[in-house]
Design a protein around this ligand. Structure first.
Ligand code: GLY
Length: 336
C-alpha cells in the first residue's frame, strides 16, 4: 500500500494507492452508514457492487456517462433526492467514476447542508492522477466548462490501478496526456519512463509520481491564486477545443493539442509530438484560432483583463505569462 499524505492545513487527507484496493477500501472508513454513491453508466456494474456491498444500504445514483452530465440539472436532481431520503449531515458522498462523477459529486457534497464528507474512488487514469486530488469541484455552465464550482477537499482518495484494465484505450490515453503534462511542467523523468516500451509495468510508480507533483503544487496554492495555474498547461486552448467540439474531444485530447501548440517553438517540441503520437493523441489545432478565442476569453485564468498563460520553455520548468486580453489572439498566432 502506498499512502500519499496531502497535508493541507484545514483538511489533511490521504491518497491510498494499491492494486485491488477497491475490494477492501471500507476498512479505512470510520463509518459505513448514510453513504451516497454517485457513479455513471460507463462504470462496470461489478465495481459498483464491490463498493456497495462494503457499505450499509447506500443510496446509489447513476448518471449517464459523458461531460453533459456535469450539469446543474443533475446537481439539482441528486441533491433534492438526498434531501427527500433524509441523508443526514453526518452522511458521506462517494464519487465512483471519472472526472465528471468526481466533480459533480464534490460539488454536491460541498453544498449539501453546507458541506458533508466526500470520498473519491477515481476509476479513470485522468481522475486518478488529477481531478480526484486537490479539491476542485464544479459543474459546467452552458457557456463555460467548470464555471460553477468551488474548492472542497475529499476526506480520502482510494486509487485501485486494476480498474484501469477495463478502461477504453482512448480514455487511458487521455489520462496519459495529463501525465505528460506533469512531466513537462515539473518532472521530466515521467516522460523518460513513458517513452520506454515497458512503461505500463511502471504504471503504479507513474501514478504516484504524478500525484506527488500535483500535491506539491496544490500545497503551495490551494485556491489557485498563482502557482497552481501551472497545472493548467495546455488547458486554455484544450478547454476551448473541448467546448467547441461539443466535448467530442476528450479532455486529454484537447490538452494534448493545447500543450503541443504552446510548445511549438520550444527545443522539446519534436520530443513532445513523438510521445503524443506514441499514445495516439492529437497535436494539431482542429479549428481556426479565431473560432476558439471566445472560449479562451472566458478562461478562469483571466484576471484584471490579463489572461495568464502557462509556458514551458525548459523541460520541467513552467512559468506564467500574463497577456492583455485584447492581445491574446495576436499572441497565440505568434507562438503557434
Ligand atoms: N486540474 C488543475 C488543478 O487541479 O488545478
Amino acid at each position: 500500500m502506498t499512502k500519499i499524505n496531502i497535508p493541507l492545513p484545514s483538511t489533511p487527507y490521504n491518497v491510498y494507492l494499491e492494486e485491488h484496493l477497491l475490494d477492501h477500501f471500507s476498512s479505512y472508513l470510520t463509518t459505513v452508514d448514510d453513504m451516497v454513491i454517485i457513479t455513471d453508466s460507463g462504470i462496470p456494474t461489478a465495481y459498483v457492487h464491490t463498493v456497495k456491498e462494503q457499505l450499509n444500504d447506500p443510496l446509489v445514483f447513476t448518471i449517464p456517462a459523458g461531460e453533459e452530465s456535469k450539469s446543474l440539472t443533475n446537481y439539482q436532481a441528486i441533491i433534492e433526492e438526498m434531501i427527500a431520503q433524509n441523508i443526514p449531515k453526518s452522511g458521506t458522498v462517494i464519487a465512483l467514476g471519472g472526472g465528471v462523477v468526481g466533480d459533480l459529486s464534490g460539488f454536491i457534497a460541498s453544498t449539501y447542508m453546507r458541506g458533508i464528507s466526500f470520498i473519491q474512488i477515481p476509476t479513470t487514469l485522468l481522475s486518478q492522477i488529477d481531478s480526484s486530488v486537490g479539491g476542485k469541484v464544479a459543474v459546467n455552465s452552458k457557456l463555460a466548462k467548470n464555471a460553477i464550482g468551488t474548492f472542497y477537499q475529499p476526506k480520502a482518495v482510494f486509487i485501485d490501478p486494476i480498474v484501469l484494465n477495463t478502461l477504453e484505450e482512448n480514455q487511458l490515453h487521455s489520462g496519459l496526456a495529463e501525465m505528460i503534462k506533469y512531466g513537462l511542467i515539473k518532472e521530466p523523468s515521467i516522460i523518460d519512463i513513458l517513452e520506454k516500451d515497458d512503461w505500463r509495468s511502471n504504471l503504479l510508480e507513474l501514478i504516484e509520481m504524478s500525484i506527488i507533483v500535483k500535491r506539491d503544487i496544490v500545497l503551495q496554492d490551494e485556491f489557485d491564486q498563482g502557482i497552481r495555474h501551472i497545472l493548467n498547461y495546455g488547458h486554455t486552448l484544450g478547454h476551448a477545443i473541448e467546448q467547441h467540439s461539443n466535448y467530442q474531444f476528450l479532455h486529454g485530447e484537447g490538452i494534448a493539442i493545447g500543450m503541443a501548440c504552446m510548445a511549438r517553438k520550444t527545443p522539446f517540441y519534436q520530443r513532445l509530438v513523438a510521445v503524443l503520437k506514441q499514445f495516439d493523441l492529437p497535436y494539431t489545432l482542429p479549428y481556426p484560432l479565431k473560432e476558439l478565442v471566445p472560449y479562451i476569453l472566458k478562461d478562469k485564468k483571466v484576471h484584471d483583463k490579463f489572461l495568464h498563460f502557462v509556458l514551458v520553455e525548459t523541460l520541467g520548468q513552467a512559468i506564467i505569462k500574463p497577456i492583455p486580453i485584447e492581445k491574446v489572439q495576436e499572441y497565440l498566432e505568434e507562438i503557434i
